[in-house]
Design a protein around this ligand. Structure first.
Ligand code: NDP
Ligand code: ZN
Length: 346
C-alpha cells in the first residue's frame, strides 16, 4: 500500500528476528477483503509504504534464541492476528486487543504484512502452528483468517442446537460462518448473498435457504419465510452499513446479532429503533476481530484435518508466483462472478 487508493511494489530491508520471534518465507498467501477496505476505503486511516497481507503459510528461515517449539525449515500456519501475549488484554480474555483496540492485528495494519519475500512474526511459540504434512497449501492458507473469522461469527451468535440462524454475506468469511453455524447445530440456516458460486457452496456447507438480496428486501424475505417470527441469531459477515440494522430487524427479542464484518466507511452505523424494541428488546449485539494465536490455528487445523470444514473449496483462483500478487488483490477488489477467494502460491 503506497497510500490510500494506491498499490504497487516496494523494496524494504529484510526483517530480523528478536529473541522470541521468527522470520517466515511465504509459500502461499491470499488477499483479504480487509486489505481492500484498508487501501481503497482508507478504513484504518492513512498508511504509507506498508506491505499488505495477513493471510499466509510459509517456511521458517530464522528463529530467535528463545524460540523453543519451532526451527528453521518448519512449515507453519501464520495467524492473521499475532497478539502480544504479555499484555493485560490477554488476561482480560481479549488478545485481539493487546496493546489497544484491534492492535493484536499487526500485519498490514501496524507493521508490514505477508505479501513479501520474508516477513516477521512476533512471539513465534505463541503465534505459529505447524502445518500438517500432506495438507494442501490451498487448504492451509484458508486457516489464518477465513476459517477462524467466519467460525467466530457463529460462536459469537451463541447458536444452540436446532435454532434458526441467518448469515448475511456469503463471501469466504460468511461461508465459514455457515459452516460454523452448521457445526454448532443450527436447524434452519438462511444464507444471504447473490453470486451463484457462493450460494452453491453455502448450500454444500449446510445452508437450508438461500436469500438473494438483489431480489427484494432481505428483512421481508426472511420474516415471510419464518411466518413473522424471525431468527434466533443473525451473523453479519458482509453487506452494507444497513446490514447490522437488517440483522436486528430479523432477530427475535432476546436473540443475538453477531458481527464479523469490517465496516469500512462512515462515522455511524444505524440501529433501527423500533426493531430494537426502543432499546428494550434484549437483542444482544456482539462483534469481534478474529482471535489469532497458536491455539486457534491448531484448532482450525483439526477442524480441517478431521473433515469438519472444507475451506479449500472456497479457493476459486490459484496463481503462481509473486508477480501475480497484484492481480489477485485486484480480483478481490472487483469480485467477479466466479470468484470466492484467490490464492497465490510462491
Ligand atoms: P466478500 O466481499 O467476498 O463477501 C461479501 C458478501 O456480502 C457477499 O456474499 C456479497 O454478495 C454480500 N453482500 C454484498 N452486499 C450485500 C447487501 N447489501 N446485503 C446482503 N449481502 C450483501 O467479503 P469477505 O467474505 O471476504 O469478507 C467479509 C467481511 O469480513 C469484510 O468486511 C472483511 O473485511 C471482513 N473481515 C473481518 C475479519 C474479522 O476479524 N472480523 C477478518 C477478515 C475479514 P455478492 O458478492 O454475491 O453480491
Ligand atoms: Zn482479513
Amino acid at each position: 500500500m503506497l497510500g490510500i487508493g494506491k498499490v504497487g511494489w516496494i523494496e524494504k530491508d529484510a526483517p530480523k528476528a528478536g529473541p522470541y520471534d521468527a522470520i517466515v518465507k511465504p509459500l502461499a498467501v491470499a488477499p483479504c477483503t480487509s486489505d481492500i477496505h484498508t487501501v481503497w476505503e482508507g478504513a484504518l486511516g492513512d498508511r504509507k509504504d506498508l506491505i499488505l497481507g495477513h493471510e499466509a503459510v510459509g517456511e521458517i528461515v530464522e528463529v530467535g534464541d528463545e524460540v523453543k517449539d519451532f526451527k528453521v525449515g518448519d512449515r507453519v500456519i501464520v495467524p492473521a492476528i499475532t497478539p502480544d501475549w504479555r499484555s493485560e488484554a490477554v488476561q482480560q480474555g481479549f488478545q485481539q486487543h493487546s496493546g489497544g483496540m484491534l492492535a493484536g492485528w499487526k500485519f498490514s495494519n501496524f507493521k508490514d504484512g505477508v505479501f513479501a519475500e520474508e516477513f516477521h512474526v512476533n512471539d513465534a511459540d505463541m503465534n505459529l502452528a505447524i502445518m500438517p504434512k500432506g495438507m494442501s497449501l490451498e487448504q492451509a492458507v484458508m486457516l489464518p483468517d477465513m476459517a477462524p473469522t467466519g467460525i467466530q461469527g457463529a460462536e459469537l451468535a451463541r447458536i444452540k442446537p436446532g435454532e434458526t440462524v441467518a448469515v448475511i454475506g456469503i463471501g469466504p468469511v460468511g461461508l465459514m460462518s455457515v459452516a460454523g453455524a452448521a457445526i454448532l447445530g443450527a436447524g434452519r440456516l438462511f444464507a444471504v448473498g447473490n453470486r451463484q458460486v457462493c450460494a452453491d457452496l453455502a448450500t454444500e456447507y449446510g445452508a437450508t435457504d438461500i436469500i438473494d438480496y438483489k431480489k427484494g428486501d432481505i428483512v421481508e424475505q426472511i420474516m415471510k419465510a419464518t411466518n413473522g417470527k424471525g431468527v434466533d441469531a443473525a451473523i453479519v459477515a458482509g453487506g452494507s452499513s444497513d446490514s447490522l440494522g437488517q440483522a436486528i430487524e430479523i432477530t427475535r427479542p432476546g436473540g443475538t446479532i453477531s458481527n464479523v464484518n469490517y465496516f469500512g466507511s462512515g462515522d455511524t452505523i444505524p440501529i433501527p429503533r423500533l426493531a430494537w424494541g426502543n432499546g428494550m428488546s434484549h437483542k444482544d449485539i456482539r462483534g469481534g476481530l478474529v482471535a489469532g494465536g497458536r491455539l486457534k490455528m491448531e484448532q482450525m487445523v483439526d477442524l480441517a484435518v478431521y473433515n469438519r470444514i472444507k475451506p479449500e473449496k472456497m479457493v476459486t483462483h490459484v496463481f503462481d508466483g509473486f508477480e501475480n500478487m497484484e492481480k489477485a488483490l485486484l480480483l478481490m477488489k472487483d469480485k467477479p462472478k466466479d470468484l470466492i477467494k484467490p490464492v497465490v502460491l510462491l
